[in-house]
Write a protein that binds this ligand. Sequence first.
Ligand code: GTP
Ligand code: SPV
Ligand code: MN
Length: 607
Amino acid sequence: MTDVENVLDQAGLTNADVREYVKEWAAITGASRIEVVSAADDARLIAAALEAGELLPAGEGSYYSRSYFKDTARAEERTIVATSDERDKGTYNNWRPSAEMKPKLIELMTGASEGKTMYVIPYLMAPAGGPLDKFAAGVELTDNVNVVLQMIRMARVGVDYINHLGNDFVRAVHVTGDLPNLGQGTPDDKRYFVTVADERTILHFGSSYGGNALLGKIAHGLRQGSYDGWKNGFLVEQFMLLGISDKETGKKYNICGGFPSASGKTNLAMTLSPDALGDRYHVEFYGDDIAWIWVDENGVLRGFNPENGVFGVAKDTNEHTNPTAIESIKPGLGVIYTNVAYNEKTQEVWWEGRGDKPTDLDGWLDWKGEKIADRSADEADDNWAHPNSRFTTTLANVPNVAPDYDDAAGVEIHGIIFGGRTRDREPLIRAINDLAEGVYDGLTLGAEATFAADGLEGVLRYDPMSMRPFMSYPEADYGQHWLNVVGKATNNPIFAHVNWFQRGEDGRFLWPGYRENLRPLVWLMQYRNGEVSGVETPVGVIPARDELLLDGLDEQTLADLDTVLTIDKDRWIQEMGYREKHLAQFTGLPEEIWEAHRRVAKALEED
Ligand code: GTP
Ligand code: SPV
Ligand code: MN
């Protein structure tokens, strides 16, 4: 081991608390070398990772990595929130006492990085200089260079973000572990992904995949952040954040919202205006996965995206569905692909929904690294790319990124939307004027789970505000916290529930989705402004057919429109029974939420 003090001095890491922490974990993990990294090290680290074969070239200035085949998505059942107070136990946070979890993790991590470099990644999950900086700073320690390269893209990285903060930083320790010998998914599973929330310490062992390993993003940016937000008066949510500017009126509206993992946040924030609507509306990208939200001293609800990049789902991303994403991953931008299909001869990448499948199989490897040409007949239809394969690119590469995306003051939020993959019942959009009803709607968000969580695809489940996998404290307190924070806002944010995923009896999507989703959002802002009046229903206000911008929609969509704008009363009444059971799990839920539930139920019965 080189002299740790010396390495930290050389790197200009002066924060004494951070130095102590680094030394403590260097001793536990037994790493052979220490290296402090900043964004400026990217080119050198990329070159070293290519040299070591840990990254492969994917054309000019793009890179490819494969994670271990049993390590391709977040492992929800191995993810734990630990504190020393049992009252922090919620329904979904997998709470355990920290006295039980910390020794376990220390034992697993002891000596586990021997022979490896321990990278020290000082980071900030925020645009720098804002009101929440002291909650946004952290230092990830990892023994995995790919994690470093991803973190450099996804967060602001460098010692200057943490040197002045004293002890106000999250301790985030990541040890990859011996991936082929961790018993993933067996009763003897050795993986543990633990956030010790009341100590602001994250200990993740046994993965090198995104949400399990980029600790700034999910474990800090969502789990730790939401716990800190609960204690300190702000909200941290799995939300996208976008602006819609209207050339004709010169106005701009910002909308944030939660859809469960792999349900359309990235695509919505990158959306282009439908061609038929001309250039009147323009969508500006702020964030696609996380928003930190607070009420400022003027009573304005504000939010920013704490991330610096996009870790986006590759599947179905192409020039038609999401041309913005395709632009943001073009050659030369330093993009990293994970678990897509790769051609070892031409260095091309491909995934399901990218376009025509290559017919010349020469050189093509699937996401496991196996030759496609060698597949047996019964493997012929297997996916080439993993369904949860991803691309990583920085915000600066996103063509519609908002000019002020890096402004630490954040932006005013005018609307909050919830949505998910719901094949029936949920209409295209329904607006909700009342705070308690809006919070109630978020808490009862039900949708089909996706491939972003291991082994759960297609399962119908409630996913409160799309935070179920990231929930850090009890749901009843979460509901109350929402009422408290948004209740202080005087700028009149409106709620809405959206659904791009209704299906017909033949299984087809009834709404074309993607860029057409701008139409209901424009309606929502017009409704908020009183420019359209909509149609009252027991579950909110839906657009009258002719209030939606319909120019350029195809015949089939126009024919299906009445269905996606219908409230199926019987299905809704049945749903209210399920919701009652769902909410009853949350002991101590605020009475205002129950009142909202009963109001909606009564309105449905009387309708
Ligand atoms: P996470 O990064 O996992 O939190 O996901 P996300 O919510 O950002 O999801 P994303 O936008 O990446 O979309 C996930 C998948 O849904 C992709 O395969 C998209 O192509 C698909 N998708 C997104 N929007 C739509 C839509 O409007 N209609 C349809 N049919 N599919 C969509
Ligand atoms: C999600 O699963 O919701 C993601 C990707 O955004 S991950 O970073 O892996 O959690
Ligand atoms: Mn997500």
